[in-house]
Write a protein that binds this ligand. Structure first.
Ligand SMILES: C[S@@+](CC[C@H](N)C(=O)[O-])C[C@H]1O[C@@H](n2cnc3c(N)ncnc32)[C@H](O)[C@@H]1O
Length: 210
């Protein structure tokens, strides 16, 4: 962690940070306004999250990450850009969703390049599995969207298969397959590194059935 990131975690936390715990989050109070809520899980260094938040001032953005240098980086960028509609949690997103975000409270959830765990014996460590999809379905509002991107082909296909058959989801791709990267999603740091290694990328866009 750089010195600046370390400083950001203390000096900027009060402005952008939300402490994790067990109590449901008072979302309107934390953002100081009523607005659609977008939650990003595992934002990494947060560059794509701050770019999306800057381009979209009408939406409240909540980023959840466990990696401290990445959180420090995001805080520095959020300060530089003067963002007032971005909040950050330093926590396991599964716990935050289970304990602190009310059911049907989120308009969009995005998960870009979740840890791929490519070895078959590690697949059970992957974040996106059946029970997690059920959790996301409960937390999204009706017609809320789930956007996932990955450069790991077998992970992409397993998520597609899961979501295509899970009750309550509609694949926004007309052929029930993958979606071209929407213009609103900037390439992430992890994605750019993969591209340099020749990796393809798969985007999945699903809607919670109305
Ligand atoms: C492969 S990186 C991708 C980061 C970023 N989205 C990108 O594309 O550059 C996956 C990120 O997810 C975070 N992560 C993994 N499990 C998580 C969890 N349960 N809650 C929050 N963040 C998590 C990791 O710390 C890591 O930063």
């Amino acid at each position: 962690m750089t010195r600046a990131q370390h400083r950001a975690l203390t000096d900027l936390w009060e402005r952008f940070g939300i402490e994790s715990g067990n109590a449901p989050l008072p979302i309107v109070e934390l953002f100081g306004r009523q607005a659609p809520l977008m939650v990003e899980i595992g934002f990494g260094d947060g560059e794509s999250l701050v770019a999306m938040a800057s381009a979209d001032p009408e939406v409240n953005y909540l980023g959840i990450e466990v990696h401290h240098p990445g959180i420090g980086h995001l805080l520095l960028r959020a300060e530089e850009l003067g963002l007032t509609h971005l909040r950050v949690m330093r926590a396991d997103a599964v716990e935050v969703l289970e304990r602190q975000l009310p059911d049907e409270s989120i308009d969009r959830i995005q998960i870009f390049f979740p840890d791929p765990w490519p070895k078959a014996r590690h697949h059970k460590r992957r974040l996106i599995q059946g029970s997690f999809i059920e959790l996301l379905a409960r937390k999204l509002k009706s017609a809320g969207q789930l956007h996932i991107a990955t450069d790991c082909e077998d992970y992409a296909r397993s998520i597609l298969d899961l979501l295509n058959v899970a009750p309550g989801w509609v694949n926004m791709a007309s052929d029930h397959g993958f979606t071209p990267r929407p213009a609103y999603r900037p390439p992430t740091k992890f994605e750019q590194r993969g591209r340099r290694l020749g990796h393809e990328v798969w985007d999945l866009l699903f809607m919670r059935r109305k």
